[in-house]
Ligand binder design. Structure first.
Ligand code: UD1
Ligand code: CA
Length: 454
């Protein structure tokens, strides 16, 4: 049966106290609405309609994509009114309603819900709550069949005693939806057009209301303020940590580890505390990551080691390569197998061959460094003249003396050497020593100045 998804995301989110629309507040580095859209996509619906209102321009700009239909709800007159804005665009046999501020809903839960909806059945996702205050209540008859949803504010004391709450998520037969929405009224305590009123209409039309529950109540938890947002974040991170541990990663402390993106891992990976993985990160078998590292959009090949306090962005470490502590690898940094980058070394768009080393305090930008070459402490590639960037090329087995300044564009052949403190402005042929510094003079009998008495 065909499927379309409507995501409600027009509300203001006053309690966030923010200039940013509520649904753009991130969980794990991605807007809440982005999580919901991604879950909807996994159901492969024929359409995804996002109802926007408050901060509509910002939402559209942040999340625009080919497969999304943004529908404007100018005034927020209730959840029923919100869905009604999308109704003219709907044509599928089944319509699923989701919420832009309920980001942790699991695709598996939605699939179970969708199995229960057809022409004769409406499917509701409900949740048993210790304290259902504020939630719509699921009203069942003596036989246990769902008759209606009553909003908390409209409920009688007996109805308020019901612990089964409405999550808001439901799936309805598409053919009927338009008719029901057009018959909604706002004569209730809140003066809103309630989507929940379609349940009683479905029952009156002879449909049966099926229910399904999430495996975990956090799946249907919304974020109305920053406290709830933080709770969702922690829950997401717990889930991510458990998944990685199940795949063979040792996390020194799963509570001090954050994933903000897509991570794939091999077995026997060791991750110390306070590590943040962002974007697409590929970690192969046997990799070790020390404490306090940020690793974004990077690939760590088998047995690579990232030592404490390193920051990687768009980098690749070859098999058995290592970096840090305090290494900074910027986009385009590639370390060959067993290459080594030590403390306070910054790389940008720099490729180091197999076994090449830069042990201490260097900037290597727009550079190629051949296999087994050794970069002395304090070496700088002067890649920028204030207007343009230029390249530095080093062959294999090159030895750069400490504190050399390599003024690009410049090339050094295989086996070339530079004397410490050299400013290298000309190409250095293979197997040649370049010394580009003032010659040392020793001045005999020189006296240090003495303090003048006043
Ligand atoms: C709704 C349900 C309630 C359920 C609860 C779960 C209705 C009438 N009630 O109540 O049964 O227990 O969710 O959290 O549906 N929105 C719009 N446009 C509008 C109104 C709302 O886009 O005109 C969006 C909001 O941004 C929000 C969501 O719909 O994301 C829910 O709206 P809200 O007003 O918070 O509904 P509740 O009163 O919580
Ligand atoms: Ca709400």
């Amino acid at each position: 049966m065909s499927l379309e998804v409507v995501i409600l995301a027009a509300g203001q989110g006053t309690r966030m106290r923010s200039a940013l629309p509520k649904v753009l507040h991130p969980v794990a580095g991605k807007p809440m609405l982005g999580h919901v859209i991604d879950s909807a996509r996994q159901l492969q619906p024929q359409g995804i309609h996002v109802v926007i209102g408050h901060g509509a321009d910002a939402v559209r700009e942040r999340l625009a994509a080919e497969d999304l239909d943004f529908v404007m709800q100018r005034e927020q007159l209730g959840t029923g009114h919100a869905v009604a804005q999308a109704a003219p665009a709907l044509s599928a046999e089944r319509v699923l309603i989701l919420y832009g501020d309920v980001p942790l809903i699991e695709v598996g839960t939605l699939q179970r819900l969708l199995q229960k909806v057809d022409d004769q059945h409406l499917a509701l996702l409900t949740v048993e709550l210790g304290d259902p205050t504020g939630y719509g209540r699921i009203v069942r008859d003596a036989a246990g069949a769902v008759r209606a949803i009553v909003e908390h504010k409209d409920a009688t004391p007996e109805q308020r005693a019901i612990k089964e709450g409405n999550t808001g998520i439901l799936a309805v037969p598409g053919k009927r939806l338009g008719g029901w929405l057009s018959r909604l009224s706002n004569s209730n305590v809140q003066g809103e057009y309630y989507l929940t009123d379609v349940v009683a209409m479905a029952v009156a039309d002879g449909l049966t209301v099926a229910t399904e529950q999430p495996l975990d109540a956090m799946e249907v938890q919304g974020a109305n303020d920053r406290i709830q947002l933080a709770e969702l974040e922690r829950h997401y991170q717990q889930r991510a940590a458990r998944r990685l541990m199940a795949e063979g990663v040792t996390l020194r402390d799963p509570a001090r580890f954050d994933v903000r993106g897509d991570v794939s891992v091999g077995r026997d990976v060791l991750i110390d505390i306070n590590v943040i993985l962002e974007g697409r990160v590929l970690i192969e078998e046997g990799v070790e990551i020390g404490p306090n590292c940020v690793i974004r959009n990077s690939t760590l090949r088998k047995g690579a080691i990232v030592k404490a306090n390193s920051h990687l962005d768009g980098a690749e470490l070859g098999e058995g390569a290592d970096c840090g502590p305090f290494a900074r690898l910027r986009p385009g940094s590639v370390l060959g197998a067993k290459a080594h980058v030590g403390n306070f070394v910054e790389l940008k768009n720099a490729v180091m061959g197999e076994g090449a080393k830069a042990g201490h305090l260097s900037y290597l930008g727009d550079a190629e460094i051949g296999a087994r070459s050794n970069i002395g402490a304090g070496t700088i590639t002067c890649n920028y003249d204030g207007a343009n960037k230029s390249h530095t090329r080093m062959g294999e087995d090159v030895f750069i003396g400490s504190n050399s300044a390599l003024v690009a564009p410049v090339s050094l052949g295989d086996g070339a050497t530079t004397g410490a403190g050299s400013v290298v402005t000309q190409d250095v042929p293979a197997n040649t020593l370049a010394v580009g510094r003032a010659k040392q003079r020793n001045i005999e009998g020189w006296k240090r100045p003495v303090k003048v008495k006043k």
